[in-house]
Ligand binder design. Structure first.
Ligand code: NDP
Length: 453
C-alpha cells in the first residue's frame, strides 16, 4: 500500500474508477508503490493534481474493424487507440494484435509507455493501441484486408506530429507494411506516421533489433555496476518473437549461454546452448515459415520441448544465472519468482511489459536479485523509433553504426538515470524506484508547465 497520503488517495480513486481493469490497476499499483518519497519532495505535484491527471488518458478511441476472410465471410474485430499523455511529445507506442487485447491491457501498456518514453530523453508522449484480431493462422491476404480496414479508421487519429504507432505482439514488418500502404493511400502523403517501416521505404536500421539489443545493453550496464559481465552466464529467455530473437542474438554476442526459448505452446530446453546458427534457424522458422518452437526440439538433437498450459511455467525452473522474460504480461507468477530465487538467479531483464506479478517483483527485490524494469530495459525499441522519426523528418537514413551507437548511449543514459535516482532516494540498486521516479518527475514537471490541460 502506498505510504504517502496523497498517493494513497489517488490510488484508491483509481481503483474506484476502474474496477474492471485489473491489468491497468496492476501497472498503476506498481508505479504508485515507489513514488511516495518523490511526491513528498514535490508538493506542487499534489497542488496540480498530477497523479489524477496522469491516470486519465487524454483520449481513448474504440472502433469497429470489419473485414472479409478468404471465404468471403464478414468478420468483425474491435480496434483501439489509447492516446494517454502528450506532455513530452506526440503520442508514441505500439499496436498489439492478439485475442486477449482489451481496454484494460491497452491502458496498462499506454500508462507504462508514458514513463518509458520519458526515460529515453526524446520528445515522445505515451500511447498504445491494437485489436483483438489474431494474425495466427490467417493468410497474408486476410492479414492485409484486416490491416487496411483497421487503418481506414485509425488514419483519422494519427500523424507524424500527432500520434505515431509502431509494432508490438502480433504486429511486425508485414503488418506495419500493410498499414503504412493504406495510410499513404488515404492521406495521399508519404510521412512517418508509423515506425518499424521497411528499410526501403523510410524504416530505420536496427529498429527490428532495437528492443532486444537494448535489453541486453541494459543488463550489461547493470552487471558492470557489480564488476561482472554476461560472459559465460547461463540465461533463459521466454518468447521467440521480435524481442526474444534479438535479445538472444545480442546475448550470444556477449558470450552468454542461452539454454531456453518459448512460444505460447511451451518451451524448448537446449542444455548445449543456442548458438548463432541455431538462432538463424529459429528466425527462419518464426519469421518466414511462421512455425512453432516445438519444431526446434524435433530438429536439434539434445533439445527437449515441454508443453505449457498452467498458471506456473516450468521454463522458470531451469537453473540459470539470468532470466529474460520476452513474451507477455504476468508470465512470471509469484510461484515462478520463488523458484527463480531458489535456483539462484542473479539478474532479470524484463523484455516484455509487466512480465512479473507485483508480489513476484517484491520477492525478487527482497532477495537481492538485480531487476531491470521493462519501462527502462525495453525502451530501446521506442528510442530507435524516435530516431526513425528524426530520420523521416530530415528525409535521411543514418548508418547502422550510427544508430547502434545512439542506442547504446541511450541505454547507458537510461541505466545511469535509474541508478542515480534510486541512490538519491536512498534505495541504491532499486531500478524499479529509479525508473518510476525519474520518469514521473520529468512528465509531471512538463504537465505543470503546460497548465491545466
Ligand atoms: P511478438 O509477437 O513478436 O512475439 C511474442 C512472443 O511471445 C511469441 O513467441 C509469442 O508466442 C509469445 N506470447 C505472446 N503472448 C503469449 C502468451 N499469452 N503466453 C505465452 N506466450 C506468449 O511480440 P514482441 O516480441 O514484439 O513483444 C514481446 C513483448 O515485448 C510484449 O510484452 C511487448 O509489449 C514487449 N515489447 C515489444 C517491443 C517491440 O519493439 N516489439 C518494444 C517494447 C516492449 P506465439 O507466437 O505462440 O503467440
Amino acid at each position: 500500500m502506498a505510504e504517502h497520503a496523497y498517493v494513497a488517495r489517488a490510488l484508491e480513486e483509481a481503483h474506484r474508477r476502474n474496477p474492471t481493469e485489473p491489468e491497468f490497476l496492476q501497472a498503476v499499483d506498481e508505479v504508485f508503490e515507489t513514488i511516495g518519497p518523490a511526491i513528498k519532495r514535490h508538493p506542487e505535484f499534489e497542488q496540480g493534481r498530477i497523479l489524477e491527471r496522469l491516470l486519465e488518458p487524454e483520449r481513448i478511441i474504440s472502433f469497429r474493424v470489419p473485414w472479409l476472410d478468404d471465404r468471403n465471410r464478414v468478420q468483425v474485430n474491435r480496434g483501439y487507440r489509447v492516446e494517454f499523455n502528450s506532455a513530452l511529445g506526440p503520442y508514441k507506442g505500439g499496436l498489439r494484435f492478439h485475442p486477449s487485447v482489451n481496454q484494460s491491457i491497452l491502458k496498462f501498456l499506454g500508462f507504462e509507455q508514458i514513463f518509458k518514453n520519458a526515460l529515453t530523453g526524446l520528445s515522445l508522449g505515451g500511447g498504445k493501441g491494437g485489436s483483438d484480431f489474431d494474425p495466427k493462422g490467417k493468410s497474408d491476404n486476410e492479414v492485409m484486408r484486416f490491416c487496411q480496414s483497421f487503418m481506414t479508421e485509425l488514419a483519422r487519429h494519427i500523424g507524424e506530429s500527432t500520434d505515431v504507432p509502431a509494432g508490438d505482439i502480433g504486429v511486425g514488418a508485414r503488418e506495419i507494411g500493410y498499414m503504412f500502404g493504406q495510410y499513404k493511400r488515404l492521406r495521399n502523403e508519404f510521412t512517418g506516421a508509423l515506425t518499424g517501416k521497411g528499410l526501403l521505404w523510410g524504416g530505420s536500421e536496427i529498429r527490428t533489433e532495437a528492443t532486444g539489443y537494448g535489453l541486453v545493453y541494459f543488463a550489461h550496464e547493470m552487471l558492470a555496476t557489480k564488476g561482472d559481465s554476461l560472459a559465460g552466464k547461463t540465461c533463459i529467455v521466454s518468447g521467440s518473437g521480435n524481442v526474444a530473437q534479438y535479445a538472444v542474438q545480442k546475448l550470444i554476442h556477449e558470450h552468454a549461454r542461452v539454454v531456453a526459448m518459448s512460444d505460447s505452446g511451451g518451451f524448448i530446453h537446449d542444455p548445449e546452448g543456442i548458438n548463432a546458427e541455431k538462432l538463424e534457424w529459429i528466425l527462419e522458422l518464426k519469421n518466414v515459415r511462421r512455425g512453432r518452437i516445438s519444431q526446434y526440439a524435433e530438429h536439434f538433437r539434445g533439445a527437449t520441448f515441454t508443453a505449457v498450459n498452467g498458471k506456473t511455467n516450468p521454463l522458470w525452473s531451469i537453473k540459470a544465472d539470468g532470466a529474460f522474460p520476452c513474451a507477455t504480461q504476468n508470465e512470471i507468477s509469484f510461484e515462478d519468482a520463488k523458484r527463480l530465487v531458489k535456483n539462484g538467479v542473479k539478474f532479470i531483464g524484463e523484455g516484455s511489459n509487466m512480465p512479473i506479478v507485483n508480489e513476484g517483483v517484491a520477492h525478487l527485490l527482497d532477495h537481492g536479485v538485480l531487476l531491470a524494469p521493462a519501462k527502462a530495459s525495453n525502451a530501446g525499441g521506442v528510442a530507435t523509433s524516435g530516431l526513425e522519426m528524426a530520420q523521416n523528418s530530415q528525409r535521411q537514413a543514418w548508418s547502422r553504426e550510427t544508430i547502434d551507437q545512439e542506442l547504446r548511449r541511450i541505454m547507458h543514459d537510461i541505466h545511469a538515470a535509474c541508478a542515480r535516482t534510486a541512490a538519491e532516494y536512498g534505495q541504491p540498486g532499486n531500478y524499479m524506484l529509479g525508473a518510476n521516479v525519474a520518469a514521473l518527475l520529468k512528465v509531471g514537471r512538463a504537465m505543470l508547465e503546460q497548465g491545466v490541460v
